[in-house]
Design a protein around this ligand. Structure first.
Ligand code: FAD
Length: 318
């Protein structure tokens, strides 16, 4: 079922969802199941599975020489989506990236999703590769997420890339895209970022999931300006509980977001990461309660590995 159908069926009740990262290749999927199992009692209607970009690895060749190879450390997004759908009877949302994929590869991936009965995809540009300063489209790939949205919409209308087939079983993907309450790092202003978001929605995106934020005011302001800009689709807040002290530096650096002074202060007072994890849980509960009271359609949790903190939050809310 589509994410938007789940939202409509909930009739105003806030739903619980979360996203997971595929394990590093060579690891068993069981660890993933062990983290997901405790969250299933909160009945997530859908689970997102991220896609990570390829990266360069350097292999010793001897005599001081290194061989540079390109590899994907966490492949398997669509396979994991299929496995979760089958195991838990839950809808899954694979993240589809511009970066690292040709348009043809994207088409094949979408065809796989269609065969597997996956009804939703999240269309994202992806970040620059580690060695790059700026995002650069892969040869034969897309530069912006909007082009991915357009490709998926074309597929929904039976239009494949090279138009050599007549489609008699059209896909009907529900498309999610990313939104940034504190602006995307590369956008010159929040207004211009919103204009880009509106373009993605006009191209066919059905809903938006936000980047993490720690101050609900930022989300509520974002909703106001997005609605004023004519974006009417559901905007799902993304919440991440802080888990380690280093997040105080890492999260602002990686995601270009601000942390509220009260949260920084509470984390700084912690003696160890166990205490930080508890502070993260309490902060996320507070944030989520306010969002729930404001009637948000879904609260989407960035789980990233161990799920005990997400379970502690969900127990208070769902
Ligand atoms: P876009 O919408 O393409 O926007 C990128 C930038 O370009 C923005 O600054 C925008 O304002 C600007 N822009 C857009 N269109 C144009 C245009 N036509 N001309 C000029 N400028 C333009 N990353 C991963 O690698 N894997 C994941 O699984 C993943 N999941 C995510 C899930 C969520 C909910 C979010 C919020 C982010 C996720 N990301 C993921 C990170 C995301 O890939 C990065 O934030 C990336 O830098 C931007 O992606 P986007 O889809 O927002 O890009």
């Amino acid at each position: 079922m589509k994410v938007t159908e789940h939202i409509n069926n909930a009739k105003g009740k806030t739903l619980f969802s979360f996203e997971i990262i595929p394990p590093k290749k060579g690891n068993s999927i069981q660890e993933l199941y062990n983290n997901i199992n405790p969250l299933m009692e909160f009945k997530p209607p859908f689970i997102d599975v991220t896609t990570s970009r390829e990266q360069y690895v350097y292999i010793e060749k001897g005599e001081g020489l290194l061989d540079r190879k390109i590899t994907r450390m966490r492949p398997g997004t669509v396979g994991i989506c299929a496995a979760l759908k089958h195991k838990y009877n839950v809808d899954t949302v694979p993240h589809v990236l511009c970066g690292g994929f040709t348009k043809e590869e994207t088409e094949y991936l979408l065809v796989d999703c269609h065969y597997l009965g996956i009804d939703n995809v999240m269309a994202l540009r992806g970040d620059a590769m580690n060695h790059q300063k700026y995002f650069k489209a892969s040869k034969g790939g897309h530069q912006y997420a909007i082009q991915l949205v357009e490709q998926i919409q074309n597929l929904n209308q039976g239009k494949y890339l090279h138009d050599v087939i007549e489609a008699d079983d059209k896909a009907d993907f529900c498309i999610g895209v990313a939104g940034y309450p504190e602006k995307h790092i590369e956008a010159p202003s929040i207004q211009s970022d919103l204009k880009r978001l509106k373009e993605k929605v006009d191209a066919g995106a059905d809903y938006v999931v936000t980047q993490m934020f720690f101050d609900n005011k930022k989300y509520f302001e974002f909703i106001n300006i997005a609605r004023a800009a004519g974006i009417t689709v559901p905007i799902i807040p993304g919440i991440k509980p802080i888990a380690i002290k280093r997040h105080l530096q890492l999260l602002p650096q990686v995601f270009k977001i601000d942390l509220p002074q009260d949260l920084i202060h509470a984390v700084e007072l912690c003696k160890d990461n166990k205490q930080v994890r508890q502070v993260g849980v309490e902060w996320a509960i507070q944030q989520s309660k306010e969002l729930q009271n404001a009637g948000v359609p879904v609260i989407h949790f960035y789980s990233m590995g161990k799920s005990d903190n997400i379970k502690a939050i969900a127990k208070e809310l769902f």
